[in-house]
Design a protein around this ligand. Structure first.
Ligand code: SF4
Length: 350
């Protein structure tokens, strides 16, 4: 193929030979499966996400099954993927689709993007991949290809930069083979135009790539400005009963681990002890550890207490209850909490 033939032709030609055609959501490539894959791929690497996708599809093979599931069931399968709002929104959006669209995902990108958790790029990814309609997709891989190919400076979180990237992506769309084109540009970013060490020598669009031609690849894309990482002390309490059950609380829907079951926690040891009506000296310290979130470093200071022989005065409710030793491992607890329990309660039923 001539080096200066149109971008989409060169890309599709390359994809026919080198592209990924066996991703789990490509077989079959239904709107529901593409939707779930797109949501899972936000903030998550492909290799990490694939086993989650396969478990999710085994448990919720179609949209009505997801709509009928409880939030706890969905979050249990999401545990470890992080950014739990994605799982909650999938569940909520599935219910809305059942109520408002008879259980069938709408075809129009505008209607899709009115559902919780679906932005314009995700809506377009569903439309192009599931319905073969040309539409701009700007996930992280695509943004990197476009920023380099057109030498677009600035962080993509800025509206003006995003607008420039969008316009550049739009002018390249393939008039035909929309689904393949979307997959091709994502594959190019994932396998050739990688974040570090892009393989420009074997890139099908290197002849007119501005970053490559000016030997400036390292300048694109402009990284996100440094985040101000906050630190926070979090005192957590494992309370066990002699039957092996532990006390858990549901976290508020917004914020860290939103909507998940977790251990009782507080900013200070005194308020943690107060929550369960114990003197702090009865809380046995366990080794502290760190857990990093995108914007925050948590210094987790765990404690252990037995509810017996002196029974604790804990009022159970919908958001606070005891879970048996065979129940809590299946809940989808936040990873650091699950690790803490496994380290300290493994084989412990006393
Ligand atoms: Fe990316 Fe290099 Fe291809 Fe340009 S030539 S699109 S920098 S891999």
């Amino acid at each position: 193929m001539a080096p200066n033939s149109i971008f989409s032709d060169r890309l599709l030609n390359w994809w026919d030979e080198h592209g990924r055609k066996n991703l789990p959501w490509q077989q079959p490539r239904t709107p529901y499966r593409v939707w779930v894959s797109e949501i899972m791929l936000q903030q998550t690497q492909l290799s990490t996400m694939i086993p989650y996708f396969e478990r999710f599809m085994a448990r919720f093979p179609d949209l009505p099954a997801l709509a009928a599931a409880s939030q706890d069931d969905v979050l249990a399968l999401w545990a470890g993927l992080g950014y739990y709002a994605r799982g909650r929104n999938l569940n909520k959006a599935a219910r809305m689709v059942v109520e408002q669209h008879g259980g069938v995902l709408p075809e129009a990108a505008g209607e899709l993007s009115s559902l919780p958790g679906i932005g314009q790029s995700t809506a377009n990814a569903i439309v192009s991949q599931a319905h073969d309609i040309p539409a701009v997709v700007l996930d992280g891989n695509v943004r990197r290809v476009i920023a380099r190919h057109d030498a677009i400076e600035g962080w993509a979180g800025k509206r003006s930069v995003l607008t420039a990237l969008w316009a550049s992506a739009e002018k390249r769309l393939a008039p035909q083979r929309a689904a393949d084109y979307t997959q091709a540009i994502m594959d190019l970013g994932a396998t050739v135009c990688t974040r570090t060490n892009p393989d420009c020598a074997h890139c099908p669009v290197n002849s007119d790539c501005q970053a490559f031609r000016s030997n400036n690849i390292g300048r694109f894309p402009t990284p996100r400005p440094k985040l101000n990482i906050r630190e926070k002390d979090l005192h957590m309490l494992i309370v066990t009963r002699s039957d092996g059950s532990i006390l858990l609380e549901r976290r508020p829907p917004a914020g860290i681990w939103g909507g998940l079951w977790s251990l009782p926690d507080a900013d200070s040891l005194d308020s943690l002890a107060q929550q369960v009506g114990l003197d702090p000296i009865h809380l046995k310290p366990l080794p502290d550890f760190e857990h990093r979130l995108t914007h925050m470093k948590l210094n987790i200071r765990p404690k252990l207490a037995r509810s017996e022989p002196a029974a604790l005065k804990v009022e159970c409710s919908e958001g606070k209850r005891w879970f048996g030793a065979d129940e809590w491992p299946l809940l989808g607890l936040p990873q650091p909490v699950l690790g803490l329990l496994e380290r300290n309660l493994h084989g412990d039923t006393a």
